[in-house]
Design a protein around this ligand. Sequence first.
Ligand code: XUL
Length: 509
Amino acid sequence: MSYYLGIDSSTQGIKAVVIDPVAGVIVGGAGVNYTADLPQYNCSDGVLPDPDPLVKHADPLMWLAALDLLLERLGDSGVDMGRIAAVGGDGQQHGSVYLNDGFGAALGRLDPALTLAEQLKPGLARRTSPIWMDSSTSEECRDLNERFGTRMQADTGSPAVERFTGPQIRRFAKLDPQGYAATSRIHLVSSFLCSVLIGHDAPLDSGDGAGMNLLNLRTMTWDAEIAGYTAPGLTAKLPQVAAGVAGGLNPYFAKYGLRAGIPVAVWTGDNPASLIGTGAWCAGVAVVSLGTSDTFFAAMGDFRTDPQGCGHVFGNPAGGFMSLACFKNGSLARDRVRQEAGVDWAFFDTGAFEATPPGNGGRLALPWYVPEITPPVLKPRVRANFDFAAAAPAVRVRAAVEGQILAMRCHTAWIGDFKVIRVTGGASGSAGIRQTLADVFNAKVESVAVRDSAALGGAMLAAHLDGVALATMADRFAPVTAVCEPRSSNAALYDELLPVIGELETQDP
Ligand code: XUL
């Protein structure tokens, strides 16, 4: 039977997953890590060094080199590439690629004897790409929010926020008007790589397009007024918004054993792809992904926005909308607290709570080591309601974990009251963290056995193009492997602690 390939171009690397939906098995996969495998691009953890801590850019040529290397590795791994019948994919959200007139022509004549990076380099109108970790556009956000007021959030799903593409484009047009004038097309990471796969300009989907502060989610078209104010002539530089098939696979990729012309699905953002890959595209189940950053997302039946202005609304690739709240100080911050405290997770996971019972005696911390997204904080530091540095290691770790999860509850209440939360990502392997999540949200926490939910979502969307039902695939590829029930006494304890989060967040910066 046919195989389907999903590709996830994420912050620190790129991954592929190949599925056989009829047999219900993952038949292969491959990965490339930018730091380890492509050090020549100087993007440690996927980010170019910059003296300004607010500036976070990457080299788009690295993403191309990674795509070549990924497909080579996938072919070498023994997967029967000729059986792949369609390709889907996603990219880290918000990142943008600036292309000149030569890009389209170069795509149309890709030579398999050469690499993507060398052939497409002349098509770049800007050598670097701002990514979602960038927080350098506060001034532009201020301009946009002042100009459009509440309409910005009411129509695009989010107020203007630093990492979103519109403010990034406005800054580029202001700082480098010539570079902006030489730009004829601006792609997101997703639509950039999808364009490369199909050999011509690809559309972007409403899941990723909504992360730009430019797409009117009520009409699903570019908001001409907002785009016009963001930067001159911007609408003409944006791709179309569409769903379904983007085009046929460029013959260039036959060198990896793939069949030229197989359908390539319109790519989406990593979070919308994960919504599919975790089987949560129908309203009622929320997903918490505990990765580099922590994210909370859920399908939404209706279009509603966050009254606090921190969360976002994106298109749901399965139809309708999804909500998302992103906490930048996620696993990296959690692990830093743990490392600096010199302990491992065992004390937290085995239930040996002597030193620190749930609730931690009311001691809470928000471990903000980098500028935070939810709530927006540009000057990071650890906020705590006790002497954090002097406290016992176990107390510090519990304060940080509980603080993060309570903050997540505070900032996602607008999405709904969920009785089931699905958890994925590296830190979801911790039994202690899962139990804390269940108790804080007073919800059943289900672990789903999906390692690469975004790449899997891309593969499922590719198979869906061929008529395979998403529900059938979710049962097979995202089974629930463990369930953690909330403990009511702890839930009541956490309810009482909720107001402390507001106090920490408004502490002096
Ligand atoms: C979502 C966000 C991140 C990126 C990278 O708004 O900024 O989750 O998509 O994963």
